[in-house]
Design a protein around this ligand. Structure first.
Ligand SMILES: CC(C)(COP(=O)(O)OP(=O)(O)OC[C@H]1O[C@@H](n2cnc3c(N)ncnc32)[C@H](O)[C@@H]1OP(=O)(O)O)[C@@H](O)C(=O)NCCC(=O)NCCS
Length: 162
C-alpha cells in the first residue's frame, strides 16, 4: 500500500522561529535558541524549510550552501508526527535543488554516533556514511558524515545527445 504523503514544505520565515524553538526544546539534547535560527536565516549562505501538517508547523530543516555543496545542518520533526514521511519530504525538497543542472554536487550531514534512528533515516534516503569525526559533538561524542552525491549523467545511464 502506498503511504499517503501529507504535509506541505515551504521556505522558513521569521514568524516560524518560536514554533521551531518549541519543537527543538521538546526533543533535542542541545536545542537551538531563537537567535541561532535568526543568524541562520539572515546569512547569505544558509536557509531553511518548514513542513506544515494540518496548517501547523511540525518540523524544519536548516541548511548551508557553498559552491558545490549543501550542508544539512539539522532536520527535526515533532515527536508526535514522526514516521509519516515528513522528514523525508523536507530532505527531498532540498535534493530537488541539488538535481538542477547547476546545483551542488553533493549534500552532506554530520550525525551523532548516538542517533542510530537518524542513521536509518539518512540511509533510507540514499545517503552513505563516508566518514567519522571523533569528538565532533563533544568529548567521546563522535559524528558520522553521511553524504549523497548528485548522480553524473554516466551514473544515470543516460546517453548524451548532441
Ligand atoms: C530523523 C527524523 C528527522 C526523521 O523524521 P521522520 O519524519 O520521522 O522520518 P520519515 O517518516 O520521513 O522516515 C523515513 C524513513 O527513515 C527511517 N526511519 C525514520 N525514523 C526511524 C526510526 N526511529 N527508526 C528506524 N528507522 C527510521 C525509516 O526507514 C523510515 O521509513 P518507514 O517509516 O517507511 O520505515 C526525526 O526522527 C527527528 O526529528 N529526530 C530528531 C532529530 C534528529 O536526530 N535529526 C537528524 C540529525 S540532524
Amino acid at each position: 500500500m502506498v503511504r499517503q504523503q501529507k504535509g506541505k514544505v515551504r521556505w522558513c520565515m521569521s514568524r516560524d522561529i518560536q514554533r521551531m524553538v518549541d519543537i527543538e526544546s521538546a526533543c533535542i539534547e542541545n536545542p537551538w535558541e531563537a537567535e541561532d535560527f535568526e543568524i541562520c536565516l539572515r546569512s547569505k549562505n544558509s536557509n531553511g524549510f518548514v513542513v506544515e501538517y494540518d496548517g501547523e508547523v511540525v518540523g524544519h530543516l536548516m541548511f548551508t550552501h557553498s559552491p558545490g555543496r549543501f550542508g544539512l545542518v539539522s532536520v527535526v520533526v515533532h515527536p508526535s508526527k514522526r514516521r509519516m514521511g515528513l522528514g523525508s519530504k523536507m530532505v527531498r525538497h532540498l535534493l530537488k535543488k541539488m538535481d538542477k543542472v547547476d546545483g551542488p554536487a553533493f549534500t552532506e550531514v554530520m550525525v551523532s554516533d548516538r542517533q542510530l534512528e537518524s542513521h536509518q533515516f539518512f540511509k533510507s534516503l540514499g545517503f552513505l556514511a563516508t566518514g567519522i569525526k571523533h569528538h565532533h559533538f563533544g568529548p567521546d561524542h563522535d559524528g558520522y558524515r553521511f553524504r549523497l552525491k548528485k548522480l553524473s549523467i554516466d551514473e544515470y545511464g543516460l546517453e548524451v545527445v548532441s
